[in-house]
Design a protein around this ligand. Sequence first.
Ligand code: RB5
Length: 152
Amino acid sequence: MDNKGTRIIIGSDHAAFQMKTKVTSFLEAQGLVVEDAGPGSESSVDYPDFGMRVAASISNGDFSRGILMCGTGIGMSMVANRFPRVRAALCGDLFAAKMSRRHNDANILVMGGRVIGDVLAMEIVKTWLETPFEGGRHGLRLKKFDVIEPIS
Ligand code: RB5
């Protein structure tokens, strides 16, 4: 991956704690700097508490990319997309990972730790980080989000 030095914030709940650990090791091995928003163990937690940490960091501009994981990825997606300027994409395959970057300029990748295996998860992360936004008409479409979500 050609993202050496890229800072990325990552969070999960208990259901995807193992996946978070593996994704963190994978990213660090590629030279990325990973900020772990927690949790620190597999004890049961509430996913909104960790989803909001990551989403707030993207929303306020502290980080430009984040990764969230829970059992299905659904709860984390719901939480993250409530934050202004967050475009969180739940991806369970490589096509979704690629298109969420190309067309949607997704700034948070969401995965389901109980849905996909670790090997696919790493491939999704790699694809998502390497794929650029196409801009153009897709940028104009994203601008329309501002009508729904007034800049704050
Ligand atoms: C936790 O049991 C589970 O509900 C959570 O990980 C997630 O799948 C929610 O969307």
